[in-house]
Design a protein around this ligand. Structure first.
Ligand code: NAD
Length: 446
């Protein structure tokens, strides 16, 4: 089949992945029709307003909506019949056991399947992170059963994992490092390539199950890099060595690379924890005990407890001590609080009797809604969180926090102590300026 010049896409799910994908497609002249089950999100998008906070999303979305290259609807039928390819971008969270929850993917696939009944040939692409076999064993039957049609002659199927980073989702969607096209037949591949050929990125063609596994391999690899750096950090502290100096040297090795070596309070977010848990759970089901993945998850849990221990080391008993907790999103530049390390840190502090006053530039609403932490107090700015505090913990290194001057800590806090979970500050500079500093992997932790 020749690669089509004009191609339109339905994007099912308008979260971080779906909306960024739609906006990136629209910027390349592809008409994107977004579908969501949440009416408010759909209405916001049609007004050119982003339901999520992402740098660069606002102008891109506004321009795309104005040019009528991007629209949103709750009507999946209309979106699927009006476009050539449907991308499934819905969430795949963890169940309490760690197992992947596929209910959103199943619903989306059933919805697309029903919509396929009265259309000509269409392709369906899974972009959500799913375990090997899911596209063929879960999505495909849902499409076939609900449409009464057959894969191959009547519709196509593919799996293109997404690698964007929240906080830079727009840049990553416009300029991906690589594009993985997972298909098992030429016709589907060519239709999907008709979209991705517009992006200046290397394309890797693989089978569907390989594409699914590439995503898990990438995420567990990156999570392992972070957890290994955290383990080295904890050992460095015992030696009185600064882990950031160590990792600078390590990262200069081309075989390793400098990224994801920053020690800290551990990783959170909607991907690393749930994907590592999902693949570990699946491996166990296949009678393989995933030792490295188990360890990287356990080290990650310990890091939050380590931060709480550092606070106690600095101030002694935490009972009735006031602690400012800065940064509630799982990382800076996002309002996403899924699996944020702020939760175990806050729980650890509250559990030892501290009064915790929290602040985040963007994630306060999401955090209070999602975490429902009893007893946590919220401040409307960093300064009011710091007022009269015995200690300040930094969980997400927003630029706004980096700009806090040492005299602000000295002036506002009962005692100026910073426990830095993200190496937000230069420890030497802060110490010289009269602020006590403790941080993950810092040689001077007392
Ligand atoms: P999200 O929770 O932000 O968004 C999912 C959206 O899908 C929500 O708006 C929800 O209302 C909508 N939805 C659910 N069921 C639907 C249905 N049947 N029809 C239409 N809409 C429906 O999720 P996300 O963070 O964008 O992640 C989506 C997938 O991409 C997940 O599998 C995730 O693991 C993967 N992923 C996420 C990131 C990331 O950084 N967030 C990066 C790479 C891959």
């Amino acid at each position: 089949m020749a690669v089509k010049n004009k191609v339109n896409a339905a994007i099912i799910g308008t979260g971080y992945v779906g909306l960024s994908t739609a906006a990136a497609f629209a910027s390349k002249g592809i008409r994107a029709v977004c579908v969501d089950v949440i009416r408010e999100k759909v209405d916001m998008i049609n007004r050119g307003k982003s339901p999520i906070f992402e740098k660069g999303m606002k102008p891109l979305l506004e321009a795309a909506v104005k040019k009528k290259l991007l629209s949103a609807t709750t009507d999946i039928d209309a979106a699927v019949s009006d476009t050539d390819i449907s991308f499934i971008c819905v969430q795949t969270p963890s169940l309490p056991s760690g197992e992947i929850d596929l209910k959103y993917v199943k619903n989306a696939a059933a919805g697309i399947g029903k919509s396929l009944r009265d259309t000509g040939y269409r392709a369906v692409v899974v972009k959500s992170t799913v375990l090997p076999g899911t596209t063929e064993n879960v999505v495909l039957p849902a499409l076939e059963n609900n449409s009464g049609k057959n894969l191959g002659s009547e519709f196509g199927l593919g799996m293109c994992p997404e690698f964007l980073r929240e906080g830079c989702a727009v840049v990553d969607s416009l300029h991906p490092d690589r594009i993985i096209i997972g298909t098992n037949d030429r016709k589907s591949r060519d239709l999907i390539y008709g979209i991705y050929r517009r992006f200046d990125a290397p394309v890797l063609d693989v089978g569907i199950r390989t594409a699914e596994m590439i995503k898990y391999a990438s995420n567990t690899f990156l999570a392992a890099k972070i957890s290994l750096s955290n383990e080295i950090a904890n050992i460095c502290e015992l030696y009185g060595i600064d882990v950031y100096d160590v990792m600078k040297g390590v990262g200069m090795d081309n075989r390793i690379g400098a990224q994801f070596l920053n020690a800290g309070a551990g990783f959170g977010g909607s991907c690393f924890p749930k994907d590592a848990k999902a693949v570990a759970y699946a491996a166990r089901k296949l009678k393989y005990e995933p030792l490295i993945i188990n360890a990287l998850l356990e080290i990650n849990e310990r890091q939050a407890a380590h931060v709480v221990d550092l606070v106690q080391r600095a101030v002694g008993s935490l009972r009735d001590k006031r602690v400012a907790l800065l940064g509630l999103a799982f990382k800076p530049e996002t309002d996403d609080v899924r699996e944020t390390r702020a939760v175990p840190i806050a729980l650890g502090l509250l559990g030892r009797g501290a009064i915790v006053v929290a602040y985040d530039p963007r994630a306060m609403n999401n955090f209070s809604k999602e975490s429902k932490l009893k007893g946590l107090r919220y401040a409307d700015c960093a300064e009011s969180a710091l007022r009269d505090a015995d200690c300040c913990v930094i969980q997400a290194d927003w630029d706004e926090f980096r700009k806090i001057r040492p005299e602000t800590f000295r002036k506002l806090m009962k005692r100026p102590i910073v426990v830095d979970g993200r190496r937000t500050f230069d420890p030497d500079k802060l110490t010289r300026a009269g602020v006590e500093y403790l941080g993950v992997g810092w040689k001077g932790n007392r």
